[in-house]
Design a protein around this ligand. Sequence first.
Ligand SMILES: NC(=O)c1ccc[n+]([C@@H]2O[C@H](COP(=O)([O-])OP(=O)(O)OC[C@H]3O[C@@H](n4cnc5c(N)ncnc54)[C@H](OP(=O)(O)O)[C@@H]3O)[C@@H](O)[C@H]2O)c1
Length: 225
Amino acid sequence: MTKTVLIAGASRGLGLEFAVQYAADGWRVVAGCRQPETARGWLPAGVDVQALDVTSPESVAALAWHLDDAPLDLLICNAGVAGPDSSRFAAPGDAAFDEVMHANVLGPARLIQGFGSNVARAGGVIAVMSSRMGSVQETESADMLAYRCSKAAANMVVKLAANEFGPQGACVVALHPGWVRTDMGGAEATLGVSESIDGLRAVLDGLSGADNGAFIDHSGRRLPW
Ligand SMILES: NC(=O)c1ccc[n+]([C@@H]2O[C@H](COP(=O)([O-])OP(=O)(O)OC[C@H]3O[C@@H](n4cnc5c(N)ncnc54)[C@H](OP(=O)(O)O)[C@@H]3O)[C@@H](O)[C@H]2O)c1
């Protein structure tokens, strides 16, 4: 039976690569993009490109209406922003902080609230694109306060969702894609997008119920919170 994946933030970078790879493997791909008309220009034919801004409750609700009760084998909460780039400890301004937290924390929470039961019904996977930069234990610098705090908070969203939707049949995980050459990762990053997504897809393929609530990187390594 054809599997269905909903990817939030599929216009560029890692989300786009997920869409390309899953479409090539015959999945039904629903690609949520802020500018669907533009993204349709480079997403593969057959991908269902839908308007989605994860910071807008109305936008998430409209997509939920579009999908109705359709079972989802995979929900990838990929949309994210980096926020202010600081190399030393620096509290960001209110607007910058709000932008990062709304996209990176409230965004996945809203998506999981909107689509968690579609995934649970299919016995599927909810994956939140977190970051190793959100691991409190592995933090050894003072940079990127807003981004790091947002990903640490997104990890809590994952744990909460694992407790809610795990018993209903879903597996909920936080993922770290590695440091990847995208607009966000920059040209100096160590991994290409296809390498990262190949790894993450292998991780997603191999998940079992025992992985519910785990934080895992593209190589399959379990990360500490
Ligand atoms: N690259 C890395 O090294 C790295 C490392 C760790 C974690 N991550 C995480 O992986 C995810 C993807 O990163 P990336 O490197 O692919 O970033 P990217 O190249 O900057 O792409 C970000 C994607 O998120 C979308 N987006 C941002 N805000 C959105 C919103 N409010 N609603 C819907 N879509 C939104 C963007 O859409 P537009 O085109 O409309 O802006 C774009 O498709 C992020 O969550 C990031 O934090 C990346």
